[in-house]
Design a protein around this ligand. Structure first.
Ligand code: FAD
Ligand code: NAI
Length: 504
């Protein structure tokens, strides 16, 4: 026991030391230098999973790097559903892009702007400052030699009437904030003096459309919020609270194994979350959802569901910027779900343009895991391309020396041979190959489901232990030590004092 205590004590001291050191080095990075202006200009669009993974591993000394995004931070999306109820505060999962760029060896330019047009023939991007405060110039052009597009996707609505006007999405920080405010608005309005009984039922009916992981995780977080906090604070209305998850397909979480789908469905039953499968929403009004149900005998019927809060989580659609670029490139005409890329993530039919993440169609699901691996792959590719150019010009230089100084040939020939050997290794870059690590989702009541890739097979697990695994996996995946500390403190705070129910 004495040794066990000592080991624990030592690891705590080392852990605290590592956190303090990380914090110090975060605040005091090494000085940066400005890259040679003769080098190629590499423009990166977006500050999401794909672009930031590229930036993390890219040697910025090799290029003049310019980052353009309307969002001056990276968002750790896997924990976004927890921000809707205040289990995690939104700033805990944001990492300022200036902080990320300040740690690069060579300086990187950042413009907070939206790319509105990519002119691939002229190799320029039109950008626009879409923030509230504008200077005398709010639109301009940025030229590029190389371009990486990582602008993600927008919310799919399939043109269903009333969706944009009446529902909340769950993609950005402002969406999570809007949901948090609206939940409390519905609760306080339902608790209003002499409120109409049917109106209380409507206001406390939270409807989630889309049974993918976003919809499922949000429904789980919502139920937890009510059971753990609202019930204690406003007990008189709590029995009327209801969550319904609507899904067009026969099951929720179609990307998970059958066993975990069944587990999720039975857990939701215990949590009193109603799942309506084979139900496709066709129309939304300010207070109701109209959906078409496919009955067991194959017949169809229409149902109308009143709601207080409606969260729309039906997946991704292509952004207008990408649609416009696709319409300019003949080789992209057949592509529907985004920019078709080859195995090196080069946009098909275009020169010097690469695409990563949700805006690219490379044959993988639109997930953070895929986007991060694609970004990492491009960083290796670009670092190697720069090394190749450097070596080739050195070989050229040495070869001309060989002609000019014939007396010194042995040494120069040896260096050329060694460089050629290295060059062959550097040039031999394999195509992008996605390695799936598994899927994880929180399903409420401190339970999670996980399909983890393990020794060429798959391990499916669900429950409280998986929830601990989910927490530790996401904590370790947070962008920085600062994020990790903030998220851990938020979890402790919510457990000890409950979620903050004040409506901002
Ligand atoms: P994003 O991360 O969406 O980044 C796009 C970037 O481009 C943003 O910075 C945006 O501001 C910027 N941008 C947009 N338009 C423009 C423009 N016109 N010009 C310049 N920049 C622009 N995946 C998982 O693998 N595991 C999970 O647990 C998980 N959880 C999720 C939870 C939620 C709630 C959501 C919504 C998604 C989740 N995902 C998860 C999916 C994952 O977040 C996406 O697949 C991932 O973000 C895609 O990365 P990306 O770089 O392509 O796009
Ligand atoms: P999704 O595309 O995975 O699921 C959307 C669901 O909405 C589909 O099942 C679809 O059938 C349903 N739907 C579409 N239209 C409908 C309608 N009119 N009525 C009823 N249902 C309708 O979308 P989601 O969940 O937003 O995820 C997007 C991407 O992000 C996916 O690739 C997902 O894997 C990833 N993601 C991963 C997470 C994780 O691993 N924990 C968490 C969140 C997202």
């Amino acid at each position: 026991f004495k040794w066990l205590w000592r080991a624990t004590y030592l690891s705590v001291i080392l852990g605290v030391g590592a956190v303090i050191y990380d914090g110090y080095s975060d605040r005091n990075p090494d000085d940066q230098f400005v890259p040679d202006p003769e080098k190629k200009t590499l423009v990166i669009l977006g500050t999401g999973w794909g672009s930031v993974s590229l930036l993390k591993k890219l040697d910025t000394a090799n290029y003049n790097v310019v980052v353009i995004s309307p969002r001056n931070y990276f968002l750790f999306t896997p924990l976004l559903p927890s921000c809707t109820t205040g289990n995690i505060e939104h700033r805990s999962i944001m990492e300022p892009v200036r902080q990320i760029l300040r740690h690069k060896k060579a300086a990187v330019k950042f413009y907070e702007a939206e790319a509105t047009k990519i002119d691939y023939e002229r190799k320029v991007i039109r950008i626009s400052d879409n923030s509230d405060i504008k200077g005398t110039i709010s639109e301009t052009e940025v030229p590029y030699d190389m371009l990486v597009i990582g602008v993600g996707a927008e919310n799919a609505t399939f043109g269903i009437p009333g969706v944009r006007e009446n529902s909340c999405f769950l993609k950005e920080i402002r969406d999570a904030q809007a949901i948090r405010t609206k939940i409390m608005d519905c609760v306080e309005t339902a608790a209003f003096k002499d409120q109409d009984s049917s109106e209380i039922d409507r206001l406390l009916h939270m409807v989630v459309v889309g049974g993918g992981p976003t919809g499922v995780e949000f429904a789980g977080e919502l139920r937890d919020f009510f059971d753990e906090d609202i019930k204690k604070l406003i007990p008189e209305i709590s029995p009327r609270f209801k969550v319904t998850l609507i899904e067009a397909l026969p099951t929720v979480l179609p990307m998970f194994s059958k066993q975990l789908i069944d587990y999720t469905e039975s857990t939701f039953k215990e949590e009193h979350i109603e799942i309506k499968t084979k139900t496709m929403v066709k129309k939304v009004t300010d207070k109701t959802v109209e959906a078409q149900v496919t009955n067991p005998d194959g017949s169809k019927s229409i149902i109308t569901i009143p709601y207080g809060l409606l969260v729309w989580a039906t997946g991704n659609a292509v952004r207008p910027l990408i649609k416009d670029l696709m319409s300019q490139i003949p080789a992209q005409r057949e592509s529907r779900r985004g920019l078709a890329v080859n195995e090196y993530l080069v946009v098909q039919g275009a020169r010097d343009i690469w695409a990563v993440g949700d805006c690219a169609v490379a044959g993988y699901a639109p997930t953070a895991q895929v986007a991060a691996q694609e970004g990492g792959f491009l960083a290796r590719l670009f670092n190697n391309m720069a090394k190749t150019e450097e070596m080739e010009s050195r070989i050229k230089e040495l070869s001309s020396n060989l002609n000019l100084k014939p007396g010194n040939t042995a040494e120069i020939t040896a260096e050329i041979e060694s460089l050629e050997k290295q060059l062959r290794r550097v040039k031999d870059i394999k195509p992008f190959n996605y390695s799936h690590q598994g899927s994880l989702a929180y399903i409420g009541s401190e339970k999670a489901v996980a399909d983890i890739a393990w020794l060429n097979g798959n391990v499916a697990s669900g429950g409280k232990l998986t929830y601990l695994f989910w927490r530790s996996a996401y904590l370790s995946m947070c962008f920085s030590t600062r994020n990790r500390v903030l998220v851990a403190l938020d979890w402790i705070k919510a457990k000890l004092y409950g979620r903050d129910v004040s409506r901002e």
